[in-house]
Write a protein that binds this ligand. Structure first.
Ligand SMILES: Cc1cn([C@H]2C[C@H](O)[C@@H](COP(=O)(O)OP(=O)(O)OP(=O)(O)O)O2)c(=O)[nH]c1=O
Length: 189
């Protein structure tokens, strides 16, 4: 039985598209990047920790497999997680305006005896946004709880010039790579 260790409704919606049944685990795993920790190591570590924390909850269930995932927005040496408030979100959007950044999502699958992971990097080019355009976007509220203060699956897509990589990965769960991991665990044909 598969369990999704996530509070993100997007991840549940995306996973459901693969057509398999799964349970939901409500966990709160701290996301704190270590000093000097490379972004890719950080995203992979947090995804593994989410899956590992989930496994502790269901370890008594025979055949339990847990999926954990993490998404961060990377701009040079800066890593943007979920903004703390509107001011933080405004700062992130000003930094992303008029340039390309990367969205990195790692997915971990763990069971009692096994672990596997995939990570997907997607390049996203954002048009130049005026302060007014940023203020209008912030007013719609969709930035809340999203890495980098935007949700590509909503109004923000109008500001995206190009995307090279995985659209579902930007939303939080790259479906092609996730299906590959689930196949390795015998959960998908
Ligand atoms: C960039 C981007 C991020 N996001 C979301 C995906 C993730 O839910 C969130 C990044 O935060 P995460 O810490 O990866 O996930 P989460 O806290 O929402 O959920 P959980 O840890 O319980 O699984 O940002 C979008 O929905 N659209 C986007 O375009």
């Amino acid at each position: 039985m598969l369990h999704l260790a996530s509070r993100s409704p997007r991840r549940a919606e995306l996973l459901a598209r693969l057509g398999l049944e799964f349970g939901l685990l409500d966990l709160d795993v701290p996301e704190q990047r270590g000093a000097g920790e490379p972004a890719a190591d950080y995203v992979r570590r947090v995804a593994r920790e989410k899956a590992g924390a989930g496994l502790l909850e269901v370890v008594a269930v025979p055949g339990a497999v847990v999926l954990g995932s993490d998404t961060e927005v990377i701009l040079g040496d800066r890593v943007f997680g979920k903004p703390a408030d509107a001011a933080d979100a405004a700062e992130m959007l000003r930094a992303l305006s008029g340039r390309s950044h990367e969205v990195l999502t790692a997915v971990s699958l763990v069971s009692a005896g096994r672990e596997a992971q995939a990570a997907v990097l997607t390049r996203v080019a954002v048009e130049t946004m005026s302060d007014d355009a940023i203020a209008r976007y912030l007013a719609c509220g969709e930035w809340q709880g999203k890495a980098g203060a935007y949700a590509i699956q909503g109004r923000f897509e109008a500001h995206v010039q190009r995307l090279d990589g995985s659209y579902s990965g930007v939303m939080g769960l790259p479906l092609h790579e996730t299906a590959g991991l689930l196949r390795q665990f015998g959960l998908l044909p």
